[in-house]
Structures are given as structure tokens and as C-alpha cells.
Design a protein around this ligand. Structure first.
Ligand code: S3P
Length: 443
């Protein structure tokens, strides 16, 4: 999808950011709302859906397998589902673009249907490991012909009936957990997943909301999730809350740009997602939560953020799963903090849309930050609030969160920072530059 002409952007130091802005819908919840609606019997309605390329790839795939999905002029999406077990053979390959979530979750869904499907993706997605889902889904009976290293493009032959498994996650991954649970929907008996380290629980919440029989138990071995298969899902009306992973960028920008005072509204604060805001507060960030409420079964608040002097911190690796996508922008915050920030236990960052440890280390060095790369994290010595030197060009490596992180860095750099390609931002946050401009950034 993003192998075409790059879209560079140069970002210069900014005056204060002010005003109020809502962030777009949560990407994880948007994917799941389309998938589960497509498996319900009847018509579901979704508002607040993230209309980014990743979610649109999921919508296209569900359409290709028989669901009728339409967007109304009012931004409400309607989905006529085919029922669990009712997915149809797609006529062509499922094009996943840049989206690991679409790929891994849909591999789960297809595994327990009588479907043979080919999954393809862009240059970034084609480098990412799929073995982590191929392994458990093979145990359930699905068959795979993958590219070397267990990568895309791959062909998957699903099976009916699939075999229920009892599986302990070897990596803390909500995508792997969700792939198995989604495969379990059309599998007889009980599919059991144990997660020693808790990861985002949107699948569990939403499966329950759609009427699946699912239990979650905290045990000494971790969270045990049991799903009763051959489920019948009831159509739902879903409101997707705003994405904390997107809110992260304007929140960090407002903390760093002197004199800023912004309100970011409708931010999802599911405890399996929101650790960044706690870490930023522990660094001295002035963030308050107002108007706490529930939206679509998820906790939500408006975040009021004032520019702050941050202090470096030793980030507890235990919080990593609850802010796994937020480390790139945390590294930018650390580069402006007083003193040293140490992060560890972040091996998973190496298999995201890019190797986010190396990509961030190289990019931050290119704009004059002091960074040491370790095997599983970064050690960053901040400027103590002074502007970064800037002046460099950074490579986004087809990674939306890298591109956005360096836009934030450019807002607090002496000389402009050039991002080589902003196109990937359209996967998760198509309104990113518009939102920042609305808060006063001149991009
Ligand atoms: C996601 C899970 C995480 C996250 C990704 C979205 C999800 O990936 O990084 O952006 O929606 O389940 P992993 O499961 O690979 O950690």
C-alpha cells in the first residue's frame, strides 16, 4: 500500500499548542467490531469507527468473505453478518496492506472455516513473523503454506470442524490471543487461552458483548480465558471510543511544547492500554482526566494536558504490554526530559511495523538526541527541556508511529526535522496533521 511515492514532511519548532481536539476511533476496537459484526446473524451498527487504511483492509476482507458492510453519510457503519461458520471463500487474495492486526485476527477466523485464503501485505507486513499464529492455529487443524520464515504472502486452508486447544501464550500478544479465540468461535468445545502476562482485552469484552459464552479467571498461572465454541453472536450497536495510542502523540506534543494547554477528548482508558499516561505523570507530566465515563463498554475520559518539565524514569517492564505501541513517542518525551530514562523488556518492539528500537535510536541520533540502544530497549539522556538540535532526516520505515513520533520531535527541535514519508500515518490516524494544525502547530 505504501510502496509508492513517499510523502516527506519537514517540521519546525512550534509555538504553544492550545485548544480541544477529539482523537479518532480505537484501531483495535474498530477491527474487532467489524469482524464480530460480520459473524453475527443480523445487522450491527458501528459509530466512531476508525476510517484508517488498516481498518478498511479488515472491512474489505470481511466483504470478500460475504459480509455486507456499508458506510452511511452520517458516519454510521452497518454490517450484515453471515453468522459464525458462514464465511465464504474469497474470490481473490486478502490484501492486508500494513496491518498486522487484520492479518493475524483474520487468520484465526479463516482457520475454522472451510476456506482457503491467501494473505498478502506491503513490504513492512511481509517482514513480520506469522509463526506465532501459525503454530497454535495448526494445532487446531488449519494448514499453512507460508513464505520463508513464516511470513506473508501465505496461504491458509481452514478446517471444519477445527479442534479446540488449550494454549499458553509464549509471547505477550493480544493478536495471538485474539486469533485463537476467533478460531474458537466456530470450533466445537472449549478453546482455552492462558496469558501469563495480560494484554489488551478488547476481544474478550466484545465477544461477551456479542453474546459469546466466555469466562476470564485470574490464576497464579495468569489470566485464563475460556470460550465455548459454536457460538451464536447477536448483532450489536457499538460506539468505538477514541484511541489512546493516537491520543499519545498530541498529549506528548502538548507536554513538550512550552506554554501548551490542550484538551484531548474521548480517549479510551482501558487499563490494558493506558499505561503511557501513568508513566508520563510519573515523569512529572501535568495530565488530568476529566469527564470520566463509559463508551461502548470501555472507560473513557477527556485528557487535559499542560506543558511540563519532565524527569527521566526507569520504566517498569511490567507495564510494557499496556503501552506497547506508545514507546516510540515516549522515547521522544524522554529525549526532552531531565536526566536519564531507561527502558527494558521491549523485545516485541523489534517485530512491529518496523524494528522500533533501532528505528527510533537511529532517528533520535540523527536529530541530536543522546541514545544508547540495548538488546531490549533504549537508554536516553534528555536535554532537560532544551530544544533538540534537529536538522536531520529520519526514516519512517513504513511505520506510522515512527513518522508521528518524529513530527512531535520536530515541534521541539531547533532546526526542522524531516520525516521521509508520512504516507503510513493514514493506516491509523488519517487526521493527524490536521489535528495538530488545529491545535496551532504550523506543519
Ligand atoms: C493489537 C495488539 C498489539 C498492538 C497492535 C494492535 C491488537 O500487537 O501492538 O498495534 O489490536 O490486538 P501484539 O499482539 O503483536 O502485541
Amino acid at each position: 500500500m505504501h510502496d509508492a511515492t513517499p510523502t516527506p514532511l519537514s517540521v519546525a519548532a512550534s509555538g504553544p499548542l492550545t485548544g480541544t481536539a477529539p482523537v479518532p476511533g480505537d484501531k483495535s476496537i474498530s477491527h474487532r467490531s467489524l469482524m464480530l459484526s460480520a459473524l453475527a446473524v443480523g445487522t450491527s451498527r458501528v459509530t466512531g469507527l476508525l476510517e484508517g487504511e488498516d481498518v478498511l483492509a479488515t472491512a474489505a476482507a470481511m466483504r470478500a468473505m460475504g459480509a455486507v458492510i456499508e458506510r452511511g453519510g452520517d458516519g454510521m457503519w452497518t454490517i450484515d453478518g453471515v453468522g459464525v461458520g458462514g464465511l465464504l471463500q474469497p474470490a481473490t487474495a486478502l490484501e492486508m496492506g500494513n496491518s498486522g492486526t487484520s492479518t493475524r485476527l483474520l487468520m484465526g477466523l479463516v482457520s475454522s472455516h472451510a476456506i482457503t485464503a491467501t494473505f498478502t501485505g506491503d513490504a513492512s507486513l511481509s517482514k513480520r513473523p506469522m509463526g506465532r499464529v501459525i503454530e497454535p492455529l495448526s494445532r487446531m487443524g488449519a494448514e499453512f503454506t507460508a513464505s520463508p520464515g513464516g511470513r506473508l504472502p501465505l496461504m491458509l486452508r481452514g478446517i471444519v470442524p477445527a479442534v479446540p486447544i488449550d494454549y499458553t501464550l509464549p509471547v505477550a500478544s493480544a493478536q495471538v490471543k485474539s486469533a485463537i479465540l476467533l478460531a474458537g468461535l466456530n470450533t466445537p468445545g472449549i478453546t482455552r487461552v492462558v496469558e501469563p502476562v495480560p494484554t489488551r482485552d478488547h476481544s474478550e469484552r466484545m465477544l461477551t458483548g456479542f453474546g459469546a459464552k466466555l469466562t476470564v479467571e485470574e490464576t497464579p498461572a495468569g489470566r485464563v480465558i475460556e470460550l465455548h465454541g459454536e457460538a451464536e453472536l447477536q448483532p450489536q450497536t457499538i460506539i468505538v471510543p477514541g484511541d489512546p495510542s493516537s491520543a499519545a502523540f498530541p498529549v506528548v506534543a502538548a507536554l513538550l511544547v512550552p506554554g501548551s494547554h490542550v484538551t484531548i477528548t474521548n480517549v479510551g482508558l482501558n487499563p490494558t492500554r493506558a499505561a503511557l499516561f501513568d508513566v508520563l505523570r510519573a515523569m512529572g507530566g501535568d495530565i488530568t482526566f476529566e469527564n470520566r465515563r463509559e463508551v461502548g463498554g470501555e472507560p473513557v475520559a477527556d485528557l487535559v494536558v499542560r506543558a511540563s518539565t519532565l524527569t527521566g524514569i526507569d520504566v517498569d517492564p511490567a507495564v510494557a504490554p499496556a503501552m506497547i505501541d506508545e514507546f516510540p513517542v515516549l522515547f521522544v518525551a524522554a529525549a526532552l526530559a531531565q536526566g536519564r530514562t531507561v527502558t527494558r523488556g521491549l523485545e516485541e518492539l523489534r517485530v512491529k511495523e518496523s524494528d522500533r528500537i533501532t528505528t527510533m535510536a537511529e532517528g533520535l541520533r540523527a536529530i541530536g538526541a543522546r541514545v544508547e540502544e540495548t538488546e531490549d530497549g533504549l537508554i536516553i539522556d534528555g536535554t532537560g527541556g532544551d530544544l533538540l538540535p534537529g536538522g536531520g532526516t529520519v526514516e519512517a520505515k513504513l511505520d506510522h508511529r515512527i513518522a508521528m513520533s518524529f513530527v512531535v520531535a520536530g515541534l521541539v527541535s531547533r532546526d526542522p526535522v524531516t520525516i521521509d514519508d508520512m504516507a503510513p500515518v493514514a493506516t491509523s490516524f488519517p487526521t493527524f496533521t490536521t489535528l495538530l494544525r488545529g491545535l496551532g502547530a504550523s506543519l
